[in-house]
Design a protein around this ligand. Structure first.
Ligand SMILES: O=C(O)[C@H](O)COP(=O)(O)O
Length: 249
């Protein structure tokens, strides 16, 4: 049985402050560091031994991966990074508080920005310092491919070539692969893997730092998927993520 583990990064400083983050390169909070270490412990307890790992160009995912691998004493494994695993670009919302936006524009509008499949937030302007085309780390990427905002649909579209050309390929010759990335870039992967409809993906919220295991047969047909951890606790954490986009009463 081949195993893929998807791991959303631990809580970031902006998760803690409840701000839209997207491609902003914020660090882990103290809680996030602990969550990343805990994820490593849980994977170790469950006997995981990875052949290689993937992550994004953003430090909250990279550090989560490193901390988890450190707990597992598997820091030596090959790691590949790709901008295609970055978080959904949150456009002009990046930096703004989610609950404050809900007070201003309504819970429904914020849900559309956060979870609708094909409605992107307003883009950042070309001369905005948040424009990733101005960031040297993306200079190796065709500027046409670099988003100024994204819907989940667009995140899926830029993630799929990397899944098909790289991660899926690596699963053909490896047994266990770890991907440390982001709430929405992982929702994009999960939608694609499980063939979840555009409507149903709206209700999927990924908690930070909880390993999500996918098991495949040798032909890479998905057999089953499950989170590592207590079901009730995970359910609560998912609800907390959903509620981040609601106005404070
Ligand atoms: O970019 C962000 O703000 C978070 O990583 C994910 O946020 P969301 O749960 O609001 O989509």
């Amino acid at each position: 049985m081949k195993k893929l583990v998807l791991l959303r990064h631990g809580e970031s400083v902006w998760n803690k402050e409840n701000r839209f983050t997207g491609w902003t390169d914020v660090d882990l909070s103290e809680r996030g560091v602990n969550e990343a270490r805990e994820a490593g412990k849980v994977m170790k307890e469950n006997g995981f031994f990875f052949d290689l790992a993937y992550t994004s160009y953003l430090k909250r995912a990279i550090k989560t991966l490193n901390l988890a691998l450190e707990e597992m004493d598997q820091m030596w494994i090959p790691v590949k990074k790709s901008w295609r695993l970055n978080e959904k670009h949150y456009g002009n919302l990046q930096g703004l508080n989610k609950a404050e936006m809900a007070s201003k524009f309504g819970d429904e509008q914020v849900l559309i920005w956060r979870r609708s499949y094909d409605v992107p937030p307003m883009p950042v302007a070309d001369n905005d310092e948040r424009n990733p085309r101005l960031d040297a780390r993306y200079r190796g990427v065709d500027p046409e491919l670099i988003p100024l905002t994204e819907s989940l649909k667009e995140t899926v579209e830029r993630m799929v070539p990397y899944w098909e050309g790289e991660i899926r390929e690596s699963l053909k010759t490896n047994e266990q692969v770890l991907v440390a990335a982001h709430g929405n870039s992982l929702r994009a992967v999960i939608k694609y893997l499980k063939n979840i409809s555009d409507q149903d993906i709206v209700t999927l919220n990924l908690p930070t730092g909880i390993p999500y295991v996918f098991e495949f047969d040798d032909q890479l047909n998905l057999q089953k998927d499950y989170f590592l951890g207590d079901e009730e606790t995970i359910k609560k954490l998912m609800e907390e993520v959903a509620n981040q986009g609601k106005a404070k009463k």
